[in-house]
Design a protein around this ligand. Structure first.
Ligand code: ADP
Length: 305
């Protein structure tokens, strides 16, 4: 096989109580990417979309991840990548992760799968460093594995796939850009012990809620005293959107990744649609453009199409 086309899903990381360690995959939106082997050991990038992303392989996360991949093999060939990006860069729903994850999963398939999923996450992390200035896997891991994933440790990388009940996400993406690197700079360097205890007990309870399909426990646990109070100020009308999602029946709601997207999760597709209508109403009262996605939480990660 010399060519493959894959889809790479958008992902929601942090999920309110799991900063930098928890994430899930959506079925919509997703990027498409075609990878072809080339005769020389090189990486070439082109894109068929309106996002003005760099085609220099050292600046595009897909190129950086593929370079890390090639460096671990003795392949004589290289890769040509065609990116059809539908997940807007800087949206907070894992646009950069989809490119890095898509590139390494596609390359792995073209080379008869020398690497495990865990190793692919490790390789793709090289891409996340150039996008956000930090090594993190809470978008990459769900993008590659699908479903709800916990990254217990980065070094060594320890990824835990979680069971989860039927869940539907509503995501509103206000068309403003918040760079992950900027959103990290405003975070506190130290946190009061009592806030840390509050957060880690809620993360543990949320995971128990997911495993047992206990929606009420999940709802009680989707709280955060450390990150959300600092970052929510960067998102116009965040508190109103969150309150509207909860009154429309969402289990919980919060900032997706580092924003500006805001997500909610619901137990049924109908509730997720009602949440979409409620939050659309809030943003329609502003002059900010937005896009809303309603999607089941998807058990599949990057897949061939
Ligand atoms: P997101 O959460 O949407 O991935 P980030 O701020 O983490 O947002 O990443 C977007 C940054 O990564 C932008 O500066 C963008 O130019 C850069 N970037 C480089 N290559 C890509 C790519 N292939 N896809 C998306 N973003 C990329």
């Amino acid at each position: 096989m010399d060519e493959i086309t894959i889809s790479a899903p958008a992902t929601v990381s942090n999920v309110v109580c799991g900063f930098d360690c928890l994430g899930f995959a959506l079925s919509e939106p997703f990027d498409r990417m075609t990878l072809r082997k080339t005769d020389r050991r090189e990486i070439r990038i082109s894109h068929q979309d309106d996002h003005d992303l760099p085609v220099d392989p050292e600046k595009n996360v897909a190129g950086v991840a593929l370079k890390a991949f090639l460096d671990r093999t003795n392949a004589k060939h290289g890769f040509e990548i065609e990116i059809m990006k539908r997940i807007k860069p800087g949206s907070g729903i894992g646009s950069s992760a989809a490119s890095a994850a898509g590139a390494v999963v596609a390359a792995n398939r073209l080379m008869s799968e020398p690497f495990s999923n865990r190793e692919l996450v490790e390789l793709a992390m090289a891409g996340e460093v150039i996008a956000s200035g930090s090594r993190h896997a809470d978008n990459l891991a769900p993008c590659i594995y699908g479903g709800f994933v916990l990254v217990r440790s980065l070094d060594p990388l320890d990824i835990i796939e979680l069971d989860f009940p039927p869940l539907f996400a509503t995501v509103i993406h206000p068309q403003i850009e918040i760079r992950t690197s900027e959103a990290r700079k405003i975070l506190p360097v130290t946190v009061p012990l009592k806030d840390a205890v509050y957060n880690w007990s809620n993360l543990a309870a949320f995971v128990a809620g997911l495993q047992n399909g206990d929606y009420d426990l999940m709802a009680r646990s989707m709280v955060d005293k450390i990150i959300e109070p600092v970052r929510s100020g960067m998102i116009p009308r965040f508190d109103v959107v969150k309150a509207a999602a909860l009154s429309a029946g969402a289990i919980g709601a919060g900032i997706s990744g580092s924003g500006p997207s805001v997500f909610a999760i619901s137990a049924s597709a109908q509730t997720a649609e009602a949440v979409a209508a409620a939050i659309e109403k809030v943003y329609s009262e502003t002059d900010i453009q937005f896009i809303v996605y309603v999607s089941p939480i998807s058990a599949s990660g990057v897949s061939p199409i």
